[in-house]
Design a protein around this ligand. Sequence first.
Ligand SMILES: [Zn+2]
Length: 313
Amino acid sequence: MSALFVTDDSASRHQTPHGHPEQPLRHSAIMSACAAHIQEKWTKRQAPEASYEQLCLIHSPAYVETLMHELQIKAISTERLHQIDGDTFAGPDSLDAALRGAGGACALVDHVMGNGGVGFSAMRPPGHHAEPDRAMGFCLFSSAAIAARYAQTEYGAERVAVLDFDVHQGNGTQAAFWDQPDLLYASSHQMPLYPGTGAANERGAHDNIFNLPFAKGKGGAEILSGWREQLLPAIADGHPDLIVISAGFDAHEDDPLGGLKMTADDFYALTRAISELAAGCCGGRIVSVLEGGYELNALGASVLAHLQVLAES
Ligand SMILES: [Zn+2]
């Protein structure tokens, strides 16, 4: 088994306004916390740009063309960033970073579907709030959903599951998968919280979506039990050929945006449980893409814990 780590410097150059939690320092925090481990255990490669066809696996052609045009002509100044929605911004390097976020996720699919093993993409902006027809919540392209669909169209995977433990529910992934019987989505998240979706009775058109909301203040013990007793068995019943993780670390107790109380050790244990599921159902194939996580020390420690498990699997 081999472990592939993809990233690109554009993840450090995608700008947001001063004081914005989704900041360039997130990337350097991860890279410095994980440098020695990556050097020892992972093959590192530059994240490639996604093709137009890959983006259109989830997004409408009109959305892709409009957003790319908008970013090319409006997001040209680092002093005056282009605002896309209430909290989503873009500068001169944002299109490159977003394209490499989606392309990096697809490159991981190429790796694990071809060779087995695992992959992690350390790119920003995140992706799981981007819907088929709109950017939102810091997100431009829905990278995890694109990777899942790409595994089906390029490699004939019958079913693919996206597992999302970000503190926010991935409304974009849910919207893309809603009426797709062979795409499964499982999410633990805080509720009520942005974006407002993710009630337990949101099940998808084919009972293919599994939402497990938690009240503010819940910690790793409750969240891990929820995954072990409800979400992971539901995903195992679907017999996926690939597991994609929307790896957000803002459910950490120190995170400024969330109110859940997970620790780096909890992310280690949760990744272990997901890895055991993948070993049983899909030969251990896991593609993991970075979503949220906004307290820099907590983010670095949590990503390191996540990578340590994946590299051993
Ligand atoms: Zn989040």
